[in-house]
Design a protein around this ligand. Sequence first.
Ligand code: CTP
Ligand code: MG
Length: 235
Amino acid sequence: VIRGGDVAVVVPAAGLGTRLGTGTPKAMRELDGTWLLGHAVRRLGQAQSVGCIVVAAPSSLVDDVRRRLRTEVAAEIALVVVSGGRTRQESVRHGLGAVPVDYQIVLVHDAARALAPPDLVERVAAVVRAGRPAVIPVLPVVDTIKQVDETGQVVATVDRIALRAVQTPQGFQRQILEDAHRDETVATDDAGLVERLGIDVVCVAGDAAAFKITTQLDLALAQVLLRSLHAPPGA
Ligand code: CTP
Ligand code: MG
């Protein structure tokens, strides 16, 4: 039975956060008085279309995460927490396996993109709902990108106009995402797996706030953004 919306979101959150440093898994890291995964899931839950959220958490923390997340989203939203895998792709596959059968639209969203706004979720979901098999949010590339060889010698300057930086949430017709994950080949994102099936992937405008918290600099940026949200006017 679909409660709330017609969209299920799979949230890979089982990474170690090695580049962020310290022993705590990234999803559990403190961020602006609460925790990183809490921010991510709360924003997903604020999107009207979302009826179900499936989190792939570090295996030792599944019960803890399930208990702590329940207060982050409205009671109508189905919340499922499963154990993640050794790679992001494996974690997504575990999560996908736990999406209730009722949902035909599935989004995949990195917990590390904790500040992705609800309207980005809606923008991606709307295009899948309109019939597209696979949808990704993208931003223009701001840096000049060069192709180099193993010695560090520049081979070519790639035309930036044709390049896009890809974010999450990525949205899919459920059947297509399942087909894409059936195969054992590796890709750095879910759309990459879908492309290998020869299926069209379409872009929508991304959002700078959906940046991935990877390093200490990213964490500092997230803190600043969150503080500016609850600063009194004129402060
Ligand atoms: N992820 C996951 N399972 C893994 C590895 C990663 O669910 N085995 C998730 C992370 O929790 C994160 C997303 O995939 O939400 C993107 O991964 P990344 O930003 O690389 O996070 P980590 O792998 O945790 O960080 P690092 O690579 O620095 O260790
Ligand atoms: Mg990683």
